[in-house]
Design a protein around this ligand. Structure first.
Ligand code: G2I
Length: 313
């Protein structure tokens, strides 16, 4: 049995990652846990549109490169997050619409992917394009109003910009197979595969809480998407209260699906979480391991206890 999350996941060819915030890289408790436990990194905010292209045509990778370089210098791979999204757009992009916005989106994808060409294993090309609730509709946004084909244009642009990266669609509230948003995403991916739109993977953010609880049909969801011919990944996992059994279930759901590439948790300690009041992560604020940590490690180790057997064997 392996003794860290990354090494334990690697036994089945998977990874175990975390979101990293550049502002925390000077915190040695943070970097020692992150350096030890994880073998995949997602920049929590630093590769988003407002960070990488604050003025039109003027790219700035200083914060993104801090995260990227820390990851690579510590032996980790990097997921890119994210190229086309309604949120965290810089002001200049928020004010664009129509064909001007379409061109700005294309230019943005080309600019960011050129900087990281050959260096990013998976890109979240498009993030959160579907609406919540029972409609199954696209989310209203300036990007959506630029034309319903904006998502496939983003993927075709991304494929040409860096053919070596796996190209993912990423969303939340799409883990429960019965939800309309899940079905809408499934229909889009099926359509893309049928028409040859270049998509390689689907990211399930997996922010589970009382309003969006874990359901055991998550495994069915992962299996059904994989059957369309895409890889799947759990990309931003956190669970309100961090129940060990739910963390184990999510881990086992990924392990049960051969096309599940790996799991990323959305932060290191509870105090690093965007929802710290929900104490949703694997490490306490003092850096100690929570019960959920042991549950995940044990699941990754094949269900065996991570503690040495009492007989020493
Ligand atoms: O909202 C949780 C996640 C949902 N899926 C997409 C992810 O990209 C998203 O991450 C969160 C970050 O964890 C937060 O850290 O995205 C938020 C913004 O949509 C991030 O919050 C922002 C704050 O709103 C800003 O005020 C702050 O300046 O973080 C910024 C940098 O600390």
């Amino acid at each position: 049995a392996e003794s860290t999350l990354g090494a334990a996941a690697a036994q089945s060819g998977r990874y175990f990652g975390t979101a990293i915030a550049s502002g925390r890289l000077s915190d040695s408790t943070y970097t020692s846990i992150a350096g030890r436990e994880f073998n995949m990194v997602t920049a929590e905010n630093e590769m988003k549109i407002d960070a990488t292209e604050p003025q039109r045509g003027q790219f700035n990778f200083s914060s993104a490169d801090r995260v990227y370089n820390w990851a690579v210098q510590n032996g980790k791979q990097v997921r890119g997050h994210t190229l086309a999204w309604h949120s965290q757009q810089p002001g200049w992009m928020q004010s664009l619409s129509g064909s001007a916005l379409r061109q700005a989106m294309i230019d943005h994808i080309n600019g960011v992917m050129a900087h990281y060409k050959g260096k990013i294993v998976q890109w979240d090309v498009v993030n959160e394009a579907f609406a919540d609730g029972s409609s199954g509709a696209r989310r209203d946004s300036n990007l959506q109003r630029s034309g319903n084909d904006w998502i496939e244009v983003a993927f075709r642009t991304a494929r040409a910009a860096d053919p070596s990266a796996k190209l993912c669609y990423n969303d939340y509230n799409v883990e429960n197979w019965t939800w309309a948003k899940t079905q809408a995403m499934y229909n889009m991916v099926r359509d893309f595969k049928q028409r040859g739109v270049p998509i390689d993977c689907v990211g399930f953010q997996s922010h589970f809480n009382s309003g969006s609880p874990y359901n055991s049909n998550f495994r069915t969801t992962l299996q059904n998407f994989a059957a369309l011919g895409v890889d799947v990944a759990i990309t931003e996992l956190d669970i309100q209260g961090a129940p060990a059994s739910t963390y184990a279930n999510v881990t086992n759901d990924c392990l049960a699906v051969s096309r599940c590439l790996g799991i990323t948790v959305w932060g290191v300690r509870d105090s690093d979480s965007w929802r710290s009041e929900q104490t949703p992560l694997l490490f306490n604020n003092d850096g100690s391991k929570k019960a959920a940590y042991t549950a995940v490690l044990d699941a990754l180790n094949g269900g065996a206890s991570s503690e040495p057997p009492a007989d020493g064997g």
